[in-house]
Design a protein around this ligand. Structure first.
Ligand code: AMP
Length: 398
């Protein structure tokens, strides 16, 4: 069965068509600038040329229509008709406490996702628009929602509660939810496979280090803690997000710079992280690494601060699980940046972890990067959120 995986943002839409039986990607692409001048669709059949077409896309329904036309195109398409798409898997950012696993999308589910809009005002409405557009164009095709928050719903209360008046949890469900759950789940399972161990017997820490970055503790196949919180702003230093800060800084900066809370929040989300720390050099680790290698102070301080925060969380999560068997690096930076991995692992000798410097040079493929005698294993495990969504979807509709 072919599964269409849709990841819908407010002005963009990423898609992949995956054969669920062979787990092979058949085609992939991206619609950009939906509802904005200059929108374009990028489409690439597996093993074929990438096509970029600038074409008006006033809304997401038009974008999905163009995606389906590209998939069915006579020359470069990969299916003959919509009947060859068995189901659609939608990435949904926030499922609140309602969704602890993926689910078939029904009208009630749509309403329950809408009820979580408050918790993810930028993301959930866009996800719902994607669902709505697919419903219009493929009314008879089953759809599944796969939630970024679901994997983390197994966290115990002591890990998800904040030190705030309890009534805020009761009234508004203010608590830690965590994100990137599909990736944390996929990578932790894959790590057990690579090591030939039983997933249910392992203590695994997953470092998802991309433009957004989060870390999780997975004990016996269940998430017991994660660094992102009510929103994806908490935790590690990210591309442009600050991660953990003293909450009093918000008021302090608002007074000093004469800004509103909203303006300071925009700075914390869009102008902070490694971009802000590097004095606006870049949010991209390739640029930061160049600066580090050139001996510039801003590259050095940024890479060291980023890596130190990751190491600090690894220590916390080793404590949370009273031990750790494997530490996994994934996503853009985790998979491709040996320098960051080296600086993280420099702090982990006390755990009995020894990095193999040569193996650590790997980029973008599964690899154990610790020495054979290392008590705690370190691994690079490329994430594949689309495949994980296709698997979840297939499991529910087959
Ligand atoms: P993501 O959000 O997972 O796409 O990760 C984006 C980050 O990964 C950016 O900071 C990139 O610099 C980094 N990244 C992606 N590919 C590479 C690569 N081949 N080499 C080094 N860094 C990379």
């Amino acid at each position: 069965m072919n599964i269409l995986v849709i990841n819908c943002g407010s002005s963009s839409l990423k898609f992949q068509l995956i054969d669920a039986e062979t787990e092979k990607q058949i085609a992939k692409g991206l619609c950009e600038r939906i509802g904005i001048d200059g929108s374009q669709i990028v489409y690439q059949p597996a093993g074929g040329e990438k096509e970029e077409t600038v074409t008006p896309m006033p809304d997401h329904t038009k974008a999905i229509e163009l995606v389906l036309n590209a998939l069915m195109n006579e020359k470069t398409g990969v299916v003959k008709s919509l009947d060859e798409i068995g189901a659609v898997g939608h990435r949904i950012v926030h499922g609140g406490e309602k969704f602890a696993s993926s689910t078939i999308i029904t009208d009630e589910v749509i309403e329950a996702i809408r009820a979580c809009n408050d918790l993810a005002p930028l993301h959930n409405p866009a996800n719902l628009i994607g669902i709505d557009a697919c419903k219009k164009l493929m009314p008879d095709t089953p759809m599944v929602g796969v939630f970024d928050t679901a994997f983390h719903q197994t966290m115990p209360q002591h890990a998800y509660l904040y030190g705030l008046p309890y009534e805020y949890y009761e009234k508004y469900k203010v608590r830690r939810y965590g994100f990137h759950g599909t990736s944390h789940s996929y990578v932790s399972k894959r790590a057990a496979e690579i090591l030939g161990k039983k997933y249910e017997d392992m203590k695994i820490i997953v470092c998802h280090l991309g433009n957004g970055a989060s870390i999780s503790a997975v004990e016996n196949g269940r998430c017991v803690d994660t660094s992102m919180g009510l929103t994806p702003l908490e935790g590690l230093i990210m591309g442009t997000r600050s991660g953990d800060i003293d909450p009093a800084i918000i008021e302090f900066i608002a007074h000093k710079e004469n800004k509103t809370i909203d303006e300071v929040m925009t700075i914390l989300n869009k102008k902070s992280g490694v971009l802000g720390l590097s004095d606006n050099l870049s949010s991209d680790f390739r640029d930061l690494e160049k600066s580090y290698v050139a001996g510039e102070e801003r590259g050095l301080r940024t890479i060291l601060a980023f890596s130190y925060r990751v190491a600090k969380y690894i220590g916390a999560y080793a404590a949370a699980m009273n031990g750790v068997d494997a530490i996994c690096f994934t996503a853009g930076v985790g998979e491709n940046n040996p320098l960051v991995r080296k600086h993280v692992c420099e702090h982990l000798g006390y755990l009995g972890m020894t990095l193999d410097e040569e193996k650590n040079q790997v980029r973008g493929e599964d690899r154990e990067i610790s020495t054979p005698d290392s008590k705690v294993k370190a691994l690079v495990v490329p994430t594949n959120e689309e495949l994980a969504i296709a698997r979840e979807t297939f499991a529910l509709v087959k």
